[in-house]
Every structure is written in structure tokens, then in C-alpha cells.
Ligand binder design. Structure first.
Ligand code: GCU
Length: 700
């Protein structure tokens, strides 16, 4: 189950040193099933290294509680430092159990499939769960706490995930795609699943990956790209064994496998003449195909579908709605408890730039909001967090507030397509935290995280077969932060970063862990805002090189069919999306945001150019003009990168030399690229506007 990790693969947030506090103690694991088995294996490994000991108390079948005398005197909790047990399997009555019962009496209710309680009495720390899956998360929580889990008494704390489904989507191709490579928008090498057109022979990293996911709270993966090409389509049928092999490796860590499927599969794989979702043959094909999937993988999670989007087939070809399309798959999955994640990323990518009436930002809402209430219960509409496409800054997608009768999942992008491609440091925790806490109906209403609780939170994974997993070693923090925020969206992203630092770097730091911790915070805390400063200004988005999306190209998308424009001219810049004079997009939001975004005065500065076309002399809420803001932020952003590089030099010798060297190499590129961004953006706007920099700095 736990593979021997090759020495040259970075351990990310699970270095063996992180298990030191556990591994030197006496521990009891009591509970049924693979959940407890996995916990036991993890602890055995830690104890073998640090000299502790662990016993497993298997409960008798039938759920009855094992008698204390059968457990033997040496399992009495007062002999132990740590007990991890399902409540049913706790061998003796303990103060911890009494605490949990009292707590439940106060309305805590059940801990659910994944929740756990942690409490410390005297010298014993206890993790209690209702289900064995909770023990796994409890164990990793104790790992995070380290020695402090064994300090003074702790009041009972109950931890339950805020969101049921916490999924990593892999945009991995089995075959290397001629344009997109093996991992679409992947910046960390090849796929950890696939190689040379087949399942990798050595899958040891998949087991390691599952551990990392479980340790941050992620409980599902998809193993193939949302753009399902021919080879990958066969994962649903003739190559299903490959999916099953991956499912076997991740199951011990509570991770379920989902699959991206092609909507035209009945034609492409089944030989039918149509994929029309209302045709009986098509329904029968999905039913039978899905039955076979569950025969092979009984805990299969479900399907992900990108339909009628960027060239993928979909129900529009048959004059059917997306509800018709999603429901046929949902019906096939329902008997087995599976779900279909149906993506809302549907827009016209062949638009005419001259046509000012088409606004790509409107598209998802226009397509999907009218369908609210028409989807089956096991359809989850998967919505990108913003109306465009994972830009550095976008408003929250209005779809999130528009479909009260539909389960929604919100999609984030850890793979840094538009945020520096894992060559730039860009810790996205603060951005995602802001988005999850956003309250579309105003301060007292539900948040984005509340809306997603019943559907899910999805991240496009940033890992590959790179020895550091993520290309840029510091990009590991993004995957970690996604998992933690999906579990507990109220967490402070700086505290999450602290956890990540303490797990990943501090256990092996030989001297001055405080300097290391401080430096990593200085390098990362504000890195997303720094990136924002030297790239596209004030929420206008894009300005990246078309195709690979790396580096500046201010007009790169301006006259393309993709619908991603900034409309800069000699007088001003920005997209008028108001109801009064623009595309009307602001009207897709409920109050108060529909009015705040509509108003030039009230619109938040950072989104001004997303919603308004303004003259360069327009004065922001911050007091500066738009043009001066562009100059100032671009100069400041580059300065910050230079400062980051200086700070990173300070910790040479405090981190693994390979990590230090890789980050240094990336920082050099980041500085080069940031300067290029600064000079192109500033020069572009200086030439357009003719307005000089108030501080007389050099613009080319
Ligand atoms: C972006 C990205 C594509 C991806 C698409 C999606 O447009 O550039 O590579 O396929 O998003 O989310 O489906």
C-alpha cells in the first residue's frame, strides 16, 4: 500500500520527519476496514523509524463493541500516548468517549464518514471517529499538530469537512497530444498515471500522491483530461482496467476515482449512429456501459463532462439541452450512487471581435441559469470560479448565485496556466480564500463555500512526474491549500501556509527554522498580489501570449475569436459590462453586487476594468488615476520580485540544496518575465495614452 519512495522524489508535505512525534510513542488503532488498516500502516512506518509501537485492535464483526478484557491489559488507554478509534471499536470506556457523547448531546450530531474528534486527557490523546475514514483524517491532523498534539490537555475539537466532494481533476492525456503535450496546461513534466500511450508500469507515485491528497483533505481524482481524445475515451470501456488499477492504489487513502468521458461515446465507442440523449439506444448504451464500470470498480465516483465547449461534442448537436445531456448520464449512474460533474464552461469560442453584443462572461449564465431545477439530483454543475477562465483576478461567476435548485461544484486551477505556469511564485491560497468567502447575496447571505457544500470543490491539479511534483517546489503549497480550504474554507490562508511550511520544510531544517519560516512567508504570502501587479491591470484579464498563455502580449487576444478583449484605445481601457451602456453582464448578479458592479463609484478598484471602460484619467477609489496605477503597480511588482529573490538567497543552506537551486532558477526567470511584463504593459499604455509617468521613470 505504501510504496517505497525513491530517494530523489521530494516528499512534499509528508516527509518522514513530520511523523516524529507520533513515531516515538505507544499507539492503539482500533477500527474496522481499510481506513484503520491505512492508519495502522502509516503509524507502523513511523514507529519503525522513531522507536514507538502500535497495536491494532480489530473489532469483532457485527459492530458490537469489543470487551475490555479481550483487549488485554496492555491496551488500556492509560498505557498509551495516542488512541485512534472508531467510537464503536473503542475497547474501554474513556474520558474522551464521554466527552464526545456529551458533545453530541449538545447538538454536534454525527461525525459523518470523514469527520473526527480530537481530545486530550492526562497523557492520552484520542482521535475518535464514527467511520474508519475519519481516522485517516484524524491521523493526518495529529501529524500536522506534531508535538503539540501531546502537550497539555485539549478540549474536544470536532472536525468535519465543509464540502463533501473535494476533487482534483487531472488534465492528463494518455497519448502525448501534438499541441497540448501529455498534461494539458501541465507545468510539472509528464503524467504520474500515463506514459508512452499506456498506464505507467511503475505506479508507485500514485500511492504517494494518494497519501498527499488525503493528508490535505482531497477525496477524489479524475485521471484524464476534460478534453477527451480518442485514446482516453476508451478508458470508459476497453481500457477500464487501467482506471481500476489506479482506483486500487488510491482507495486505501479514501480517494475515489472519477472519469472524464466524451459525450459522443455512444458513437465513438458504441458504434451507434447518434449520441442524442433522448434516443433509447443511447440511454441503453450509457446504462450498460456504466453498469460494467461499477462491476469493475464498485466505488467508482462518476463522470466529468465537458460538452459543447471548445470543440467537444455535446447535446446541442441534437437540438437537446444540457439538462437532457447530463440527465442521461446521471440516470445511468444513479443506481450505483455515482454523480456526473457537468461543466458549465460553455461559450462561443468562434466569435467575431467586431460584434460588441457577444460577451463571453455572460455565456455560462445564459446557457445554464434557465435550466435550474431541470437536472437530476446526482448532476453537479461544475462552474469555474470566475465568468471567464481562471484569470489572476475575476469576479465570482454569477452562475454560483443563480441556480438554487441545482447542485453546484466550483472549479479552481492549481495548475498555473494564467498565474505564472509554475515558473513564478504565486501562492493562490489568499485568492481562493477570498473567492470561497465571497457572499453573492451580501454580507449576511450564503458564501460561495456554502453553495458548494453539497456539490463540491474541484481543483485542476498542478502535479506531474517532476521530482518536486509541481515543477516549482513552492507550487506544492497550492495543492495543499486547496485541500485544506476545501475541507475548512474559513481557514486563514496564511495559517494554511504555515502548516505547509511546518510540514514540508521545518522538520528537516537543521538550524534557524524561524528565519526559514519567516522567509517563506515573505516570499509567498503576497505573491499572488505581486503577480497581479505586474500583469494585466485592474481585472481586465488576459494580455497573455495566445496559445501557451505565458508572458505578456497585450493585444495578443484582441482581435481573436476567443472573446477576451480589453478594448484599449487612445482615450481609455476596459470592458463595459454594465446594464446601462454595456453588455448587461452586471445584471446577472443578485443585489447588492448587481448595483455595486454597475456603479463606477462603487465598483471595487481591482475589478474596475472587468466591468467598466474608463478614461485613463479616471480616478480610482484609491485616489490614483488608472494610468498612474498601471505604471505604479508594474514598477512595484518587479521590485517585489527582485526583493523576493534577495530574500530567498538568505535561506541557502537552510533548505535542501536541490530545492533551493530549483527555486532560484525559477526566481531568475520570474524576474526576467516580470520585467518583460512591466515594460510591455507600461510602454503599451504610454504609447496609447501619451500620458507620462508622474514619477518620470523609464518607459520604453
Ligand atoms: C482553458 C484552457 C484549456 C482547457 C479549458 C477547460 O481554456 O486553456 O486548455 O481545456 O480551459 O477548462 O476546459
Amino acid at each position: 500500500m505504501i510504496s517505497p519512495r525513491s530517494a530523489d522524489i521530494h516528499a512534499a508535505w509528508l516527509p518522514s520527519e513530520a511523523f516524529r512525534a507520533i513515531g516515538s510513542r505507544r499507539i492503539l488503532v482500533s477500527g474496522p476496514g481499510t481506513g484503520a488498516e491505512t492508519v495502522l500502516r502509516e503509524i507502523e512506518r513511523a514507529c519503525a523509524r522513531y522507536g514507538g509501537s502500535v497495536r491494532r485492535q480489530s473489532p469483532p464483526s457485527g459492530g458490537e463493541r469489543p470487551a475490555a478484557d479481550r483487549a488485554g491489559a496492555d491496551t488500556a488507554p492509560y498505557d498509551l500516548a495516542l488512541v485512534l478509534a472508531t467510537e464503536q471499536a473503542l475497547p474501554v470506556e474513556t474520558a474522551a468517549r464521554a466527552d464526545l457523547r456529551r458533545h453530541r448531546g449538545e447538538g454536534t450530531g454525527t461525525l459523518g464518514e470523514e469527520g473526527f474528534a480530537l481530545v486530550r486527557h492526562g497523557d492520552v490523546t484520542t482521535v475518535l471517529a464514527d467511520q474508519p475514514g475519519g481516522l485517516r483524517y484524524g491521523l493526518f491532523h495529529v501529524v500536522r499538530l506534531g508535538e503539540s498534539a501531546f502537550g497539555p490537555a485539549r478540549q474536544i475539537e470536532v472536525h468535519r469537512p465543509a464540502t463533501r466532494l473535494r476533487i482534483a481533476n487531472h488534465w492528463d492525456n494518455i497519448d502525448v497530444h501534438p499541441v497540448m503535450g501529455q498534461v494539458e496546461r501541465g507545468y510539472a513534466g509528464g503524467s504520474i498515471f500515463w506514459r508512452d500511450g499506456a498506464l505507467r508500469r511503475d505506479l508507485s507515485r500514485v500511492g504517494d500522491y494518494a497519501r498527499l491528497l488525503a493528508a490535505c483533505g482531497i477525496n477524489a481524482i479524475t485521471v484524464n483530461n476534460v478534453n477527451v481524445h480518442v485514446t482516453e475515451a476508451h478508458l470508459l470501456t476497453t481500457r477500464l482496467g487501467d482506471v481500476a488499477a489506479i482506483a486500487d492504489l488510491v482507495r486505501p487513502y479514501g480517494i475515489r476515482v472519477h472519469l472524464s468521458v466524451n459525450f459522443a461515446s455512444p458513437v465513438a465507442l458504441g458504434g451507434l449512429a447518434t449520441a442524442d440523449p433522448l434516443e433509447q439506444d443511447v440511454r441503453a448504451w450509457w446504462t450498460e456501459t456504466t453498469r460494467r464500470v461499477y462491476e469493475t470498480i464498485p466505488d467508482f465516483g462518476g463522470y466529468v463532462v465537458k460538452a459543447d465547449s471548445e470543440g467537444q461534442p455535446g447535446p446541442f448537436a441534437y437540438g437537446r439541452s444540457h439538462a437532457d445531456g447530463a440527465n442521461v448520464l446521471a440516470d445511468a449512474l444513479a443506481p450505483f450512487g455515482g454523480v456526473v460533474h457537468w461543466r458549465a464552461f460553455v461559450y462561443n469560442h468562434r466569435q467575431d471581435w467586431r460584434d460588441r453584443s457577444t460577451d463571453r462572461a455572460r455565456a455560462a449564465y445564459d446557457h445554464f441559469a434557465p435550466l435550474d431545477g431541470q437536472f437530476r439530483d446526482n448532476v453537479i454543475l461544475q462552474v469555474k470560479h470566475g465568468p471567464l477562465d481562471f484569470q489572476t483576478r475575476e469576479p465570482v461567476s454569477p452562475v454560483i448565485a443563480a441556480m438554487p435548485a441545482t447542485r453546484l461544484a466550483v472549479e479552481f486551477q492549481a495548475t498555473q496556466e494564467y498565474t505564472g505556469q509554475q515558473r513564478h511564485v504565486c501562492y493562490l491560497g489568499p485568492w481562493w480564500s477570498e473567492l470561497l468567502r465571497f457572499a453573492p447575496w451580501g454580507a449576511n447571505g450564503d458564501t460561495v463555500a456554502d453553495v458548494a457544500a453539497n456539490g463540491g470543490l474541484v481543483v485542476v491539479s498542478n502535479v506531474g512526474d517532476d521530482p518536486f511534483w509541481t515543477g516549482h517546489p513552492l507550487a506544492q503549497a497550492n495543492l495543499y491549500a486547496f485541500g485544506r480550504l476545501a475541507w475548512a474554507p474559513e481557514l486563514d490562508p496564511a495559517a494554511v501556509l504555515d502548516e505547509w511550511i511546518d510540514l514540508t520544510f521545518v522538520p528537516s531544517a537543521t538550524s534557524d527554522p524561524d528565519l526559514l519560516r519567516r522567509t517563506l512567508h515573505e516570499v509567498m504570502d503576497d505573491s499572488w498580489r505581486t503577480y497581479e501587479r505586474y500583469t494585466a491591470p485592474l481585472g481586465v484579464g488576459f494580455m497573455v501570449r495566445p496559445g501557451n498563455h505565458y508572458g505578456p502580449d497585450v493585444d495578443g487576444y484582441e482581435y481573436t475569436p476567443w472573446g477576451t478583449y480589453h478594448f484599449a484605445d487612445r482615450d481609455g481601457v476596459g470592458v463595459d459590462r454594465t446594464r446601462s451602456s454595456g453588455t448587461g453582464f452586471t445584471g446577472q448578479y443578485p443585489s447588492p453586487w448587481s448595483d455595486r458592479y454597475e456603479s463606477l463609484q462603487d465598483c471595487p478598484d481591482e475589478l474596475l476594468l472587468f466591468f467598466h471602460h474608463v478614461p485613463y484619467g479616471h480616478v480610482l477609489r484609491s485616489g490614483t488615476t488608472v494610468i498612474q496605477h498601471i505604471y505604479d503597480t508594474h514598477f512595484a511588482g518587479v521590485e517585489q520580485v527582485a526583493e523576493t529573490r534577495r530574500r530567498w538567497e538568505r535561506v541557502a543552506g537552510l533548505v535542501d540544496p536541490a530545492v533551493h537551486a530549483r527555486v532560484t532558477e525559477r526566481l531568475n526567470e520570474q524576474l526576467r518575465s516580470a520585467q518583460e511584463w512591466r515594460d510591455q504593459v507600461n510602454t503599451y499604455f504610454y504609447r496609447k495614452s501619451g500620458v507620462p509617468d508622474a514619477h518620470g521613470r523609464r518607459i520604453h
